[in-house]
Design a protein around this ligand. Structure first.
Ligand code: NAD
Length: 429
C-alpha cells in the first residue's frame, strides 16, 4: 500500500502495515524532509532495521544516543565499569568523579531486598467488602497456587506469587471497592509481564469469591517492597575539605525541608540511575514512576538520599529507592547493546544490577551537590554544553573543541557567539 497525500492529514489508516521505507516516504513528504535527512533517519545504528521494526510500532528510522562508561566505581568491594547512555553532557564525568571520592575500602555499599513486585486487582461493586475481604484471605493458598500455575519457570527459580494483601475501601464515589495485592517474587525479571499475567488469571476467581467485578488487573509501579539501599562514608578531604562536607550536609537538609529542591535533588539521582537503565535496556518510566511515588510516601515529596557529617567529620550518604529492573525479559535480552552493557558490568542477577544502579545514583547525587555548594553547576556543565552549542552552530572535527574553548575562555557560552566563532574560524581556515 502506498499513499498519495492529497491533503495534510494525520489520519493514515493501515500506516502500521507498511514497511519502514514506505512509512518514511510518507513522513518525508509530510514534513518536506531532504534526502540527507531521510538518509540519516534510515540509519538504524547497532539496533538494525529488522529488530527496530519488531520492537515498536510505526517505525520509520533509528536514533542513536551515545554509550559511555563511567570509571572509578567500587561497589560492595568490587570494581565496575558502568555503562551509561544519556543525552545530557557532564553526567558521566560527574559520576566518575564522585565514584573516585567514594572508592576507599569497599567503596559504596548497596543491598537490594528480595525482588517483590505487586500485582493489583481492583474489584468494584463488592457489597459487605470487609466480610468479602475475609473470604478472599481464607482462600489465599488456593489463589496463590492458581497464580503460580501461570509461570512454572519463575516458580522453579524460587520466585512466584508469595502472599496476598487485601485493602478495603467501603465508601468511594464508585461504591464499595476491594483492592487485592498479589505479592510476586520476580527473581531476575522486571516482572510486569509475569505479574500482569498472574493478576489477570486470578481475577475471575476473586470475582467468584466476592460477587464483585474485576476492573484493573495490572502491576503497581509503586514497588515499595523492591527496595535498594546504598550508603557510603568518606573522609572530608575526598570531597574538598570539612567546609564542603558541611555544605553538602546543608544541601541535603534543604532538600529534606523543601519539595521544590527535593525534586531537583532526585532528578540528579535519576541522571545516574536512568543512564544505566537505558544502557541495560530497562523500562525507565517504571523506575521513575516508582522513584517519585516512593519519594512522596510520607505525604510530602522528599529526597531519596540523605547526607550527614558524622562525629569524626566524615561525610555519610544514604540512598533508599525502589528499583524495578531486570536482566531477563523486556528489551534487556533483545537489544544487542543492552546485552553487551550487562557483559561489561558482569552482573549475573537483577539484584546485583539494582545495587550497582543505586550506587551510581548515590555517587551522581554527591557530584551534583558538591558542584552546587562549590563552583555552582554551570562551570563544569557549561564546558561540555559549549561543545554541544559548537556542534549546533555547525562546527565539525577540530573546530568543535576550538569553538568551545574560546567560548569558555570568553565566559560567553551562548549559541549566537558559537555561530559567530564558527564563521570566524571557518574563514580563517
Ligand atoms: P518477560 O515476561 O519478558 O520475562 C519474565 C519471564 O521470564 C518470567 O515470567 C519467567 O517465566 C522467565 N524467566 C526466565 N528466567 C528468569 C529469571 N532468572 N528470573 C525471572 N524470570 C525468568 O518480562 P517481565 O520482566 O515480566 O516484563 C517486563 C516488560 O513488561 C517490560 O518490557 C516492560 O516495559 C513491560 N510492561 C511494563 C508495565 C508497567 O511497568 N506498568 C506494564 C506492562 C508491560
Amino acid at each position: 500500500m502506498v499513499y498519495i497525500i492529497l491533503e495534510k492529514t494525520s489520519r493514515l489508516p493501515g500506516f502500521y502495515k507498511l514497511t519502514p521505507e514506505e512509512r518514511l516516504r510518507i513522513v518525508a513528504e509530510w514534513a518536506g524532509l531532504t534526502d540527507e535527512e531521510v538518509e540519516l533517519l534510515k540509519n538504524y545504528g547497532n539496533l538494525g532495521k529488522e529488530l527496530a521494526n519488531a520492537m515498536i510500532e510505526n517505525v520509520i528510522g533509528g536514533m542513536t544516543y551515545p554509550f559511555a562508561v563511567a570509571t572509578n566505581f567500587r561497589i560492595n568491594g568490587k570494581d565496575y565499569l558502568v555503562p551509561m547512555v544519556i543525552e545530557e553532557s557532564s553526567v558521566v564525568a560527574a559520576a566518575s568523579h564522585a565514584a573516585k571520592m567514594l572508592r576507599e575500602g569497599d567503596g559504596i555499599i548497596a543491598k537490594a531486598s528480595d525482588p517483590i513486585m505487586i500485582g493489583q486487582i481492583h474489584l468494584v461493586k463488592v457489597d459487605s467488602p470487609h466480610y468479602k475481604a475475609a473470604l478472599i484471605l481464607d482462600r489465599k493458598n488456593e489463589i496463590l497456587e492458581h497464580a503460580n500455575q501461570q509461570d512454572p519457570i519463575l516458580v522453579k527459580l524460587g520466585g512466584g506469587a508469595k502472599d496476598l494483601i487485601v485493602r478495603v475501601f467501603e465508601d468511594t464515589p464508585i461504591g464499595p471497592t476491594i483492592i487485592v495485592h498479589l505479592l510476586v517474587d520476580v527473581r531476575d525479571a522486571m516482572g510486569a509481564n509475569a505479574v500482569n499475567t498472574m493478576a489477570e488469571s486470578i481475577a475471575p476467581l476473586l470475582e467468584k469469591i466476592t460477587g464483585g467485578q474485576a476492573r484493573l488487573r495490572i502491576i503497581s509501579n509503586n514497588a515499595v517492597y523492591r527496595i535498594v539501599r546504598a550508603w557510603a562514608r568518606t573522609r572530608p578531604e575526598n570531597v574538598g575539605g570539612p567546609e564542603i562536607a558541611k555544605r553538602i550536609y546543608e544541601a541535603s537538609v534543604l532538600a529534606e525541608i523543601d519539595p521544590f529542591r527535593a525534586a531537583t535533588h532526585n532528578k540528579g539521582i535519576l541522571n545516574g540511575v536512568i543512564a544505566v537503565a537505558l544502557a541495560t535496556g530497562q523500562d525507565h518510566r517504571a523506575i521513575e514512576a516508582g522513584a517519585h511515588a516512593y519519594a512522596a510516601r510520607n505525604g510530602k515529596y522528599e529526597p531519596l538520599s540523605i547526607w550527614r557529617v558524622d562525629e569524626e567529620g566524615y561525610l555519610t550518604g544514604y540512598l533508599e529507592m525502589p528499583l524495578q529492573i531486570g536482566i531477563v525479559g523486556g528489551a534487556t535480552k533483545v537489544h544487542p547493546i543492552s546485552r553487551i552493557a550487562l557483559k561489561i558490568l558482569g552482573t549475573k542477577t537483577a539484584n546485583e544490577l539494582a545495587e550497582i544502579i543505586a550506587a551510581v545514583g548515590l555517587a551522581q547525587n554527591l557530584a551534583a551537590l558538591r558542584a552546587l555548594v562549590t563552583e555552582g553547576i554551570q562551570r563544569g556543565h557549561m564546558r561540555l554544553h559549549a561543545r554541544n552549542l559548537a556542534i549546533m552552530a555547525g562546527a565539525k572535527g577540530d573546530l568543535i573543541d576550538k569553538v568551545a574553548e574560546e567560548m569558555v575562555k570568553a565566559g560567553r557560552i551562548r549559541f549566537d557567539y558559537a555561530k559567530e566563532l564558527v564563521e570566524k574560524f571557518s574563514k580563517e581556515k
